[in-house]
Design a protein around this ligand. Sequence first.
Ligand SMILES: Nc1ncnc2c1ncn2[C@@H]1O[C@H](COP(=O)(O)OP(=O)(O)OP(=O)(O)O)[C@@H](O)[C@H]1O
Length: 263
Amino acid sequence: METMLIDIEHLTLKRDKHILKDINWQVRRGEHWAMLGMNGAGKTALLNVICGYEFPTKGTVRVLGETFGHYPWQELRKKIGWVSFSFSEKMHDQLQNIGLEVVLSGKFASIGLHEYPADEDMAKAKGIMNDLGVGYLEKQPYAHMSQGEKQRMLIGRALMAEPDILLLDEPCNGLDFFAKAQLLHTVEQLAERRETTIIYVTHQVDEILPVFKQTLLIRNGEVFDVGRTDELLTSEKLSEFCRAPVRMQHKNGHYSLEVEEQQ
Ligand SMILES: Nc1ncnc2c1ncn2[C@@H]1O[C@H](COP(=O)(O)OP(=O)(O)OP(=O)(O)O)[C@@H](O)[C@H]1O
């Protein structure tokens, strides 16, 4: 089993402008990463390349040991769970799906259920729902769930396929502080089990949990810095990153950021 899950060298993505420039990034099995960047930094573009939805203009992209362009990427996608806020909106159209069906559909990597599930799949989906604290939503239509419940349902759906890599793309967007705390607790428990490598994409430092020991800082389509979270999330580094003076606090393993008033 390969230890390098993502190996990106000199990745450039150009459309009518440069979207990603000379990205180098390595993710090993068992690591959990935070990816921090402001709006338009290139986070989604990078995830699109990793999942094979965008073809690199230059550079090499290896995912789970396979090189982009030399392997059917739809096969690799089955090993990557991508949970995004925009996807939860798309699922909203599936009014008739109940919770159990949403999670089960992850087995078939599609929206909705197209095959009749085996008993063992049903048991597995129920187990995942219980682990995520949403067992009570088995029979509830997805459309009637709260945003926080929907997000956990989609994480469950991704876990059903036993992914090697779980991409959590701004999962706390649209959540109130209570739902956010609950979701972060769920993510922490999931990360501690170490069955899948998590990449947590966010704009917010307070979502970077202690389990995310590595961080990628992305700005203007470039890697601003990469390495140990505790070395990157400092007032000095983030002031440079944000191009404004900010003060970082780190209490009980949790980060917070305050923008300093400029004189
Ligand atoms: N196919 C494309 N053609 C042209 N420009 C694009 C394309 N895809 C993305 N971009 C641009 O590249 C930049 C990075 O976009 P991206 O969606 O990756 O940012 P992001 O970091 O995910 O932002 P946000 O946090 O707001 O979601 C943006 O300026 C966007 O407009």
